[in-house]
Design a protein around this ligand. Sequence first.
Ligand code: G6P
Length: 457
Amino acid sequence: MAAPVVLVSNRGPLSFREDGDELIATRGGGGLVSGLAPLVAGTDTVWIAAALSDADRQAASRGVIEADGIRARTLAIDSTVMTQAYDGVCNSMLWFLYHGLHDLSRRPVIDKGFRVAWEAYRRYNRAFADVVADESPDGAVVLVQDYHLALLGPLLREKRPDLATVHFSHTPFAPPHLMRVLPHDLATELLVGMAGHNACGFHSDRWARDFRNSCEEIAGITPTTFVAPLAPDADDIRGVASSDRCQAETEAIDTDLGDRRLIVRVDRIELSKNLLRGFRAYDTMLQDRPDLRETVVFRALGYPSREGLPEYLAYRAEIESLAAVINHRWATPGWNPIELDLVDDFPKSVAHLRRYDVLMVNPIRDGLNLVAMEGPLVNERDGAVVLSREAGVHDALNGAVHSVNPFDIEDQALALAAALDMDAATRASRAAELRRRAEARNPSDWLSDQLAASQEG
Ligand code: G6P
């Protein structure tokens, strides 16, 4: 019989709210949850995650809760520890290192405060280890997701040697020269922590290689790694696309746009997503191709994230002001070249994926990027995809997309224009190829790869 499975992540599958004495559960947000929740719904898998709100904390005292087909166990962690670990270590240090986002002439500042935050990160990992050790059935496979929980493997091995553990990173990883930014003792602790799982998985061989190189150069260890790109759930996203809400949004887009063509992007408001250079590329395209002015609209749908960090607030402000500058430069009566929509509305985003002529996905560095596959699965206009070579998903879509260097404005401007210029036959054959590639794997393949990897190491 297959071993029981326990999933562990910072952000959980359910979020709770209070209604009188009752706790009401709804499906939580974020890419990780939307990718994995359909996989484990209706199974015995227990999903252990941190409490992110007061109502989540209340849920924590009730043990495993079943809702929406999911068995979730919420974990209440002291809120100071949580903030120091999540913002101080995960978001402003590890996320920045793995995506190469630090401006090294100024940041990071590794001071006493950072050491305090690191201690909180240890406590956060130990708190998870205690609960996972208590909740996991005999011989279970524990699937640990992401950088928040890098230290779990060795802690669990000590408490529960019967468990098999896998650590999966949904991000890229830092090559040795960036990993050396962390103090040597902490870099070693992190690498040894990750390598202390039976195996470490990544979406792309590039990220696995960076991890192995860092392990070998800095910690002198050779970890067991595997590569298993996640894939979208085609039925799930097509179900959203055919919903009444999405249909109404699609009709609204058609009314707004008329004959104009549509460039779309859908991202978290996130520094690594490279929205600013995307707008600059569009600006350059409008400069160089007067014939395209007024014939196209760029709609950017972004949803707010990590607003506890000043860098994210400043980034959002810069996005808004750059869009305003470009609109001021080119707008004519009845035409705004860029339309920003910074509210989280999934059906509306999917409606835009149905309707785009060009989908722009140009991250500086990205673990995978599911939008680049979700788009082709629901698009109805043989739309083209402009895709950064630095996204993990580029491995699977290379040859069917307009590949770009995300730092090169000219390259991206030319790619946008080339995507708009494609003749109907080329568009149709490329779109068919993109759909074929996006359907080649599904989320259960990814899960099976993790279960297989758990038997290694
Ligand atoms: C994105 C990344 C995941 C990460 C998640 C955390 O979805 O792809 O690797 O776990 O962000 O986001 P959060 O909003 O929970 O910080």
